[in-house]
Design a protein around this ligand. Sequence first.
Ligand code: 3PG
Length: 213
Amino acid sequence: MAVIQTFTALQVMQDAPVIPVIVLHDVAHAVPMARALVAGGVRMLEVTLRTPQALACMEAIARDVQEAVVGAGTVRNPAEAQSAARAGARFAVSPGYTSRVGQACRDLGLPLLPGVATGSEIMMALEDGFTQLKFFPALQAGGTAMLKAWSGPFGEVKFCPTGGVTLQNAHEFLALPNVVCVGGSWLVPADALETGDWARITRLAGETAALRG
Ligand code: 3PG
C-alpha cells in the first residue's frame, strides 16, 4: 500500500499562494476539477462540507488524484471532522473555532486551520496550541488593516485570509508578514464546473503562481 504523505498546517499553507475554497454539487466534477487545479500548480484543495456530495467528492479525489491533497472546509463540529477524515481529507479548515473541533482534529491527526475573526477567538485558538489560523471572513472583518493590527499582540500567528479575497487584491494580503497564503473560491467558478471548462480552472490556478513575489 502506498504511504500517504502527511503535512502540518503550516506546510498546507506554504504549498501555494492560494488554497481554493471549493463547492461541489456533482461527484462527476470532483476528479477532473482536481486534475485541472493540479495542472495549474495548486494541489492543496479545500472541499467544503456544504453540499450532500462533498464527502463523496473528497473520496473520489483522494482515490483518483494522487498529486492532490484533499482537505475539508466548513468543518463545524467533531462529527464533521470525523466524516471528513474517513473520506480521505488530509487537512481541515473551520469557519470559526471551538475547542471541541480543535481536539477532534488533533485526535484524528488532521491538521486544522481554525477560523477566527476577533482577538478573543485568536486567544482561544492559541490556548489550544494553534498558531496557523484562517482569518474569516477576511475582507468583511477588517481586511489587511485588521491583520496589521493583529501583528502586534499576536506576532507569532500566521494567517490564511479567506472571504472576499480575489486575484486582484490577493497580493495586498500576501505582502503582509503574518500572511502565508490566502483562500478563495474564484479558482473554481460554478459555471466552469457546470460546463466542464477544466482548461479555465487550470488557467485560473496557474495565474496564482505569480502572486508569490
Ligand atoms: C469561504 O467560503 O470559506 C469563503 O467565503 C470563500 O470566500 P470567497 O467566495 O469570497 O472567496
